[in-house]
Ligand binder design. Structure first.
Ligand SMILES: *[C@@H]1O[C@H](CO)[C@@H](O)[C@H](O)[C@H]1NC(C)=O
Ligand SMILES: *[C@@H]1O[C@H](CO)[C@@H](O)[C@H](O)[C@H]1NC(C)=O
Ligand SMILES: *[C@@H]1O[C@H](CO)[C@@H](O)[C@H](O)[C@H]1NC(C)=O
Ligand SMILES: *[C@@H]1O[C@H](CO)[C@@H](O)[C@H](O)[C@H]1NC(C)=O
Ligand SMILES: *[C@@H]1O[C@H](CO)[C@@H](O)[C@H](O)[C@H]1NC(C)=O
Ligand SMILES: *[C@@H]1O[C@H](CO)[C@@H](O)[C@H](O)[C@H]1NC(C)=O
Ligand SMILES: *[C@@H]1O[C@H](CO)[C@@H](O)[C@H](O)[C@H]1NC(C)=O
Ligand SMILES: [Cu+2]
Length: 585
């Protein structure tokens, strides 16, 4: 009881009920969980797997900077994800059935050189490998099959190349209502950064992503080259995800939900193993020098709080979702939410050959709260370990690069407000009203409700996002990068009782705020496209509806428009997503 209160009671009554329901299902299903059914939040543990026995794979790369059109498809493949695990069936991207991989090929693009990709769907399964929930709003192709549509996360592109959730298509030729073309264009007229591509199909993103539909996309530039950061074998991508497995190697994804009205939808998918670049708990051999890690956390719902087991080492963060920070940030722990990217240096030069360093994770599931008791992976140690670094000697005569991390990397982001064009939007994260099917909502609206966020191009807006749900959510906005201004804790009990107002500022006794606005924590600094909106806080964002420099080289006001949404994929799939329609005037 005490633990349920900590995990759920802060939130609305309805969420508490949901938590009780979780508990009820877990308790009543303990004897029922068999190989046949996989119950949400009560998954059978994965088979025992020895950590750190597989070498960290590096996904294949494709150089797209010569501007030729690339054809990339989604295929059904099998791949070994751990030495002791039979091959896993996946849906994965590649240029052919034989070369498709999980993660998909890393695309290397160059700033100002357009990338053209034709996306194809070669998944001919009549049913998805995971159980589709037909009670939520989903693609529902008339001829069955596995719909897909690809979003290049972080890309500034025309909306008909943005992977609109309703622009899906199947191998059989069915298409969604906003589909226009499989040929996508990415202008790359934006700052150098790590982007990533993944599925965005309405009501199925959580399933397609968990099945393997994810890949990296770098925009490189001459500015970046001039910084002389670690490169080549010293610049390493890390795609970090969690999964549960059956003994036969298949991914264990719940088919049984916890809300009667959504029989197959699970509000949060968490796995008890951590994969990096498609291997469970891999190791990486490193020399005694600096490495640049390009990290992406791409689980469905899991937050990570990384640390290094060697106390003398630090993470030196040099970039975020939107590219370089102004200055490097040195930290001992690194918080990353779903879809976060961190550009990060670790310097191994002080460690003797033979040292083993572990990268661990301390974030609990249901971050930052406590999961309902009995949640199967609540205490599983596997989710606390990520990978191992082994310090090894280079071959004789190896010419080790000497690298200095510049103390200034990029201009300081301009947080000045323009008094003439500022538009203030008050938005909430909330649950559907009692008596209606359980959904998570943005500003009390569902995905299919008409657009309410319809910003004018080249203006500045401030979004104050008030989180009333009782849990923390990463919010992603398409088309632009934004900056976080501050966040401020309020007293939800008093607010719900109508005893205070969010319109009054701290320290007014009738204000619901219990502190002055707080500056962003390190994890929220710099240019972002996804931001953690903590429970019981108002998070304020500064959005300029324009590229960081200059003007858009395409028209962002054309159909079908963009979206903004929660990046916990299970939430996004159940209506925690809204249209974002740009306008000229
Ligand atoms: C693997 O095992 C699970 C659980 O028993 C089962 O549902 C699934 O169909 C199996 N997959 C394959 C490919 O045999
Ligand atoms: C462009 O790059 C692709 C992928 O590396 C390659 O297949 C193609 O031949 C190249 N085209 C030209 C004109 O260099
Ligand atoms: C990628 O292709 C471009 C154009 O063909 C070439 O200039 C560049 O060197 C290539 N980059 C790599 C890393 O191979
Ligand atoms: C991350 O972990 C560190 C050390 O365990 C802890 O001090 C810090 O509060 C955690 N960060 C968050 C955001 O939970
Ligand atoms: C980090 O992970 C390693 C390997 O699993 C483990 O031995 C170590 O105890 C962990 N450290 C912490 C602080 O959790
Ligand atoms: C709200 O105010 C009423 C009347 O003063 C008081 O009885 C109640 O305890 C307050 N509730 C909260 C949650 O502050
Ligand atoms: C947004 O909320 C604040 C605080 O409640 C209020 O002062 C402001 O007028 C609101 N703005 C809009 C546009 O609703
Ligand atoms: Cu969410």
């Amino acid at each position: 009881m005490g633990r349920i209160e900590r995990g759920c009671a802060k939130s609305s009554k309805r969420y508490v009920m949901a938590c009780w329901f979780v508990l009820h299902v877990i308790l009543s299903s303990i004897s029922m969980v068999t190989a046949e059914h996989s119950v949400c939040l009560a998954l059978q543990p994965s088979p025992a797997l020895t950590p750190f026995v597989d070498k960290l794979p590096i996904p294949p790369t494709i150089n797209v900077s010569n501007g030729t059109r690339l054809v990339l498809g989604a295929y059904k493949i099998t791949q070994k994800l751990h030495r002791d695990l039979p091959p896993t069936t996946l849906y994965a991207y590649g240029t052919s059935q034989a070369s498709a991989s999980f993660p998909g090929p890393t695309l290397m693009a160059k700033k100002y050189i357009t990338t053209s990709v034709r996306w194809e769907n070669h998944i001919i399964d009549t049913e998805h490998m995971f159980t589709v929930d037909r009670s939520i709003h989903w693609a529902d192709p008339p001829n069955g099959g596995v719909p897909m549509v690809v979003h290049l996360h972080g890309s500034e592109t025309r909306s008909d190349s943005d992977g609109h959730p309703d622009a899906w298509f199947t191998a059989a030729g069915d298409v969604g209502p906003t589909f226009t073309s499989q040929n996508y264009v990415y202008p790359n007229d934006q700052e150098e950064a790590l982007l990533w591509y993944h599925d965005h199909t309405v009501g199925m993103t959580r399933l397609n992503s968990a099945a393997g539909m994810v890949g990296l996309y770098f925009i490189k530039s001459v500015v970046e080259e001039a910084l002389l950061l670690p490169s080549g074998p010293f610049e390493i991508p890390l795609v970090i995800q969690d999964r549960n497995f059956w003994a036969n190697g298949s991914i264990n994804f719940p088919d049984t939900g916890i809300f009667p009205e959504h029989p197959n939808w699970c509000p949060d998918y968490y796995g008890d193993t951590i994969l990096v670049n498609g291997k469970v708990w891999p190791y990486l051999e490193v020399y005694r020098t600096k490495y640049r890690f390009r990290m992406l956390t791409a689980g469905n719902a899991r937050f990570f709080n990384f640390s290094l087991s060697e106390p003398s080492l630090s993470f030196v963060q040099i970039g975020t979702d939107g590219g370089f920070l102004n200055k490097p940030l040195t930290m001992k722990t690194l918080l990353m939410a779903p879809a976060y990217r961190t550009d990060m240096i670790i310097d191994f030069s002080s460690l003797p050959v033979g040292t083993k360093v572990y990268m661990n994770n301390s974030a609990p599931i249901f971050f930052p709260g406590t999961p309902p008791p009995g949640t199967s992976i609540d205490n599983s140690p596997g989710q606390r370990q990520v990978m191992e670094f082994r310090v090894v000697a280079p071959p004789p005569g190896y010419n080790m690069p000497t690298v200095y991390v510049p103390s200034i990397l990029a201009p300081t982001p301009d947080k000045n407000l323009n008094p003439y064009t500022d538009v203030q939007r008050n938005l909430t994260l909330n649950l559907s009203p009692p008596g209606t099917p359980f959904t998570l909502l943005l500003n009390n609206h569902r995905f299919m409700d008409p657009a309410t966020e319809s910003p004018k191009l080249y203006t500045t807006e401030i979004w104050s996002i008030t989180n009333l749900i009782g849990t923390t959510h990463p919010i992603h906005i398409h088309l632009i990068n934004f900056l976080m201004l501050d966040m401020q804790t309020f007293d939800q009990g008093r607010l719900n009782a109508g005893n205070c107002s969010l319109a009054l500022q701290f320290p007014d006794p009738l204000s619901c705020f219990i502190e002055p606005p707080q500056p962003p924590i390190d994890a929220q600094a710099g240019w972002k496209d996804t931001i953690i909106v903590f429970d019981q806080k108002v998070t304020r964002l500064l959005l300029r509806w324009k590229p960081r420099y200059g003007v858009f080289t395409f028209d962002p006001t054309t159909e079908p428009g963009y979206v903004w949404h929660c990046h916990m994929l299970d939430h996004e799939d159940n209506d925690m997503m809204r249209p974002l329609v740009m306008r000229w005037i």
